[in-house]
Design a protein around this ligand. Sequence first.
Ligand code: SF4
Ligand code: SF4
Length: 375
Amino acid sequence: MKDIEFSFSCSRREALMLLAKSAAGAAAFGVLSPNLFSADAPEMKEAMFYEKLPNGKIRCLLCPRAIEIDKGKLCFCRTRKNINGKLFAIGYNKPCIVNFEPVERGPLYHFMSGTDTMSTGAAGCNMECLYCQNFELAQASPDQVKAIDLNVAKALREKNVKSLTLTYTDISCQPEYFFELADTAKALKIPVIACTGAYINPEPLKEYIKRTDAFAVTLKAHDDDSYLKLTGVHNTPVLDALLKIRESGKWLEVITLIVPEYNDSREGIKSLAKWIYNNLGADTPWHISRFTPHYRLRKLPPTPRKTMEEARQSGLESGLKYVYITNLAPHDGNNTYCPKCGQAIVERLAFKVTRKTMKGSNCGFCGEKIAGVWI
Ligand code: SF4
Ligand code: SF4
């Protein structure tokens, strides 16, 4: 789900391609050691959340597409297949990318800030965002990319990471895999983070919420028309999911990629900020993320700096306390400022914390409580 760029020597797209091509490639890239692989991954698992229809058809109840799937066919997200009248999760236990990186890359700035997370994901997504930075994986079926045979528990222990993040594609269409990963992490007392577009039905969402400690949800536009144009789906289910996550008390941060010509109007950005403020609360961190040309929007320019800064200003004027500029660094908007005294309390260079001036969960200058989970 994250739409960000590497600030290292190769871009995230290059890394994704490298990792997707082979597990050996992953090891060569230096994000995994071969002894973290395991060779006992089952091929697939019967899916959750579906109903059988006459003539061997199936209706998947996981996301609002609720598509009827004919025998032998894959559904839109490419992760679930009707095999002889039963629905199978074909991406089960097939991670295709793994990385060890700052939790801030989510982006998630108020949840265990400054620690490292293990990020992973499996191919497939139930949206098709025109700008998808990870389209080689998100717009592919798990059968089309090389899976990394990964022993998750061993990797979490050996790399000594503080959380597990499901990202890059959209884990919301892979509950069978996600629930097992989450249980593995929980057994090790490691918190679980889901980066998602949250295009999901209420019943499965409840099960996700039970197993997730923090959500980074992309809210892609302020109005339904723009949502549909950018992602191919309507916005109502996403707004409903955000409300449910907020009600649950689990930690939540919201991300909006500002795309020139699609969702960059000042009025639209203000209305998005107002919706977040009114419905999710002033303490909800909002990440204004910079678009860079990808996938079907290669001909558009990157979002101008001025647009990003005006968008951040609109967010702050709407009453939101923590509004960030991401995917544009260095920038003051990468930092966390105390909403009471205005001091920079977490300074970042892109996604790396360079200085933290907090006392526990409080501002190190004036003592104001700062929303989030801090360690
Ligand atoms: S298609 Fe959209 S929701 Fe899916 S991984 Fe890409 S950016 Fe995320
Ligand atoms: S989650 Fe995937 S299989 Fe289920 S309805 Fe949505 S697109 Fe189809």
